[in-house]
Design a binder for this molecule. Structure first.
Ligand code: SF4
Length: 642
């Protein structure tokens, strides 16, 4: 990898990026240590009993670092009691204070517990969403002010042997940073570096860094830019990975796996927090599944290194240029292919899980927002009238030119080249990406071909990425569908793995379609919703409402899970709308970044509603707030009736 873009050890040969080892309490992070799993409590930090009990549930589930919010001095002080009670019960797992805006609380917490998380966006700055023009002198003066505020904590942590996490969040960058660098991944990196430099100036290196965003694309780019800069500087600090406000259930898992999994694929990441709007102990098994996938990844089959400069920029999103054929490639969003090859005989009802519902009374097809574009039927063909938006891919042996909306698939380039019967419009050709020489043969293929890329390598994402890179290097612009198969996985593991495998490629602009095949894929509905969920999380195809809901913590002012469910029930038909649901105002409109509407707790039983980053309805009683949110969406003409 050219130095210009170097952000991990290798894009082809898996190994973990070795970071500095840091010590948090009695646990070591980074270096050659395993990827540590962590989470955050949702209790009120002043409620010692609940806070201790919840931490114990988390630790029993495998949590290796427990975070508590410390919004003011009294919570920071109470961490002493929480630490003592945990110790008494035999739980010595290190704990962390989460600090926003309150350096004095941070300095108290550092006396009692093992680690302090600071947010560079608000440790010494206030966010007012102002554009401020800084001269070099006034910018420098601001840095001096921050130094004066942050240095006492650094010195205290050094003296007490504590650790600090410099936890940058995309949505809560300071006005100063956004004025100079924009609301960008680069701004996040610069913001963290200002704090890293203050630590280093005081010879304090017991630090961990995070670059979180609710948008997995920005999150991945920010971590890559950060590791690039740390590699250049020669000091690589351990990385805490997370996607903020990932949400709940399937969406939360898919979004988290796209962001966290993409980085883990390249050996980046020393500790993981999966932020789900669920009980914190539920996060640990998800984090474990993500982390354990890489335990023997370095045994993968060899992948050819890249002997030339990368033909794409891994720090920004650019789609690989491709030609278009029907609805695949070019400016079209990625297509979804559903596997129906396991059905012995196909009937209209078999399309239900693929998003098509045949209404017998009206003799009409009803399409969901997540209706697939192609179905693969293997040795079968479909002999009933198909909806106009759906086409069939069938094995070349059974394909006939007069079959309406059917296209053949060939098992290899050779099979395609030697075939006597081909579609004049569209032919799918399977390519094993383990053989880079195949690219030479692809050069000779005609424009009716869409490639279907598969791999048998344990490091299959990287092998496919290597192939895409070769296609780009050779300036081949045929569209390519990413194919992955999954065998013997439970539903959650399947979603986490597939989100990583497809997401990591889509984030780099690779892939004109998703094709999920699972041997036991009787659950077509799950495969379909996973495929669309991955496209939504990578923002390559929007098919539903996006909820940016915080995981909740001790600051939360309402029941997040219940409220999220209520908001979801009323708005889940508003395709493409982004709704932020935040437990408190601390990061308020900041953390929900690019949401169109925001629902934010502002006091006990009181909600503020936002239109983008502006608060437009204040102190709404909680009982009325969901309806008021709906009214607000209607007032702004973003509402559609179901
Ligand atoms: S937004 Fe949610 S998770 Fe973040 S501090 Fe507020 S309540 Fe806690």
């Amino acid at each position: 990898m050219a130095n210009q873009y170097k952000y991990c050890n290798s894009l082809t040969d898996f190994s973990r990026l070795e970071t500095r080892e840091v010590t948090i309490g009695h646990v070591k992070f980074g270096g050659k240590n395993p990827i540590r799993l962590q989470s955050m409590t949702t209790t009120d930090t002043m409620d010692t009993k609940s806070s201790v009990e919840q931490a114990i549930r988390m630790i029993d589930a495998g949590c290796e670092l427990v975070r508590y919010t410390a919004p003011s001095k009294k919570e920071a002080e109470n961490l002493k009691e929480i630490r003592a009670q945990l110790n008494q019960k035999g739980y010595t797992t290190p704990i962390v204070a989460d600090i926003h805006f309150t350096p004095n609380a941070a300095e108290i917490a550092a006396l009692h517990i093992e680690k302090i998380r600071v947010n560079p966006g608000n440790y010494a700055d206030k966010k007012r969403f102002e554009e401020i023009e800084y001269t070099d002198e006034s910018y420098q003066a601001e840095l001096e002010r921050i130094k004066a505020k942050f240095t006492p904590l650094v010195l205290l942590c050094k003296e007490k042997n504590r650790a600090i996490r410099i936890g940058t969040n995309h949505g809560s960058l300071s006005d100063r940073i956004t004025s100079r660098y924009g609301d960008s991944a680069k701004g996040m990196v610069e913001s963290a570096f200002e704090f890293i430099q203050i630590c280093e100036a005081n010879d304090f290196y017991n630090i961990v860094i995070s670059m979180k965003s609710s948008n997995p694309l920005i999150m991945v780019q920010a971590y890559r830019m950060l590791t690039h800069k740390m590699i250049e500087n020669g000091r690589i600090y351990p990385l805490h990975l997370g996607v903020t406000e990932a949400g709940e259930g399937e969406d939360g898992r898919i979004k988290s796996a796209v962001g966290i999994g993409t980085l883990l694929e390249d050996g980046i990441g020393d500790t993981i927090r999966v932020s789900l709007t669920e009980a914190p102990e539920n996060e640990i098994p998800v984090a474990r599944k993500l982390a354990e996938r890489y335990l023997n990844r370095d045994t993968h089959k060899h992948i050819e290194p890249i002997p030339y400069d990368l033909p794409y920029n891994p720090f920004e999103y650019n789609k690989r240029p491709t030609t278009s054929n029907l609805n695949i490639g070019g400016k079209h969003h990625p297509v979804v292919v559903a596997d129906l090859s396991h059905f012995a005989e196909l009937k209209p009802a078999n399309l239900f899980g693929a998003g098509y519902h045949y209404n017998v009374t009206d003799d009409k097809w009803n399409l969901s927002e997540q209706a697939v574009d192609y179905v693969f039927t293997g040795q079968n063909t479909i002999n009933f009238d198909l909806p106009g938006t759906l086409s069939v891919i069938c094995d070349e042996e059974v394909w006939q030119p007069d079959l309406n909306q059917h296209y053949p698939i060939f098992n290899s380039i050779t099979a395609y080249q030697s075939a006597t019967q081909k579609s004049e419009q569209l032919n799918f050709v399977k390519v094993d990406v383990g053989d880079l020489n195949a690219v030479k043969s692809i050069k000779t293929l005609d424009g009716t071909v869409v490639l279907v890329l598969f791999s048998t390598n344990l490091h299959r994402m990287a092998e496919k990425r290597r192939f895409f890179i070769e296609l780009m290097h050779e300036k081949i612009e045929l569209p390519a569908i990413i194919f992955n198969d999954y065998i013997d996985l439970d539903d959650e593991t399947f979603q986490l793995y597939s989100s990583t495998d497809f997401g990591a490629l889509l984030i780099d602009g690779f892939g004109e379609g998703i094709w999920i095949q699972s041997e036991n894929c009787s659950n077509l509905k799950l495969n379909t919703s996973t495929a669309f969920g991955i496209l939504q999380a990578t923002r390559t195809r929007i098919s539903k409402t996006d909820y940016i809901s915080c995981p909740s913590c001790g600051r939360t002012l309402f029941d997040l899970q219940e409220t999220t469910a209520k908001i979801r029930a009323k708005t889940n038909h508003l395709k493409g709308l982004k709704i932020g649901i935040m437990g408190c105002i601390v990061n308020g409109p900041g953390e929900m970044a690019d949401a169109d509407y925001g629902y934010v707790g502002v006091g006990k039983g009181k909600i503020n509603l936002y239109k983008e980053k502006t608060v437009v309805k204040k102190n709404i009683p909680e009982a009325e707030a969901v309806d008021e949110l709906v009214n607000l969406i209607k007032e702004n003409n973003d509402w559609v009736e179901q």
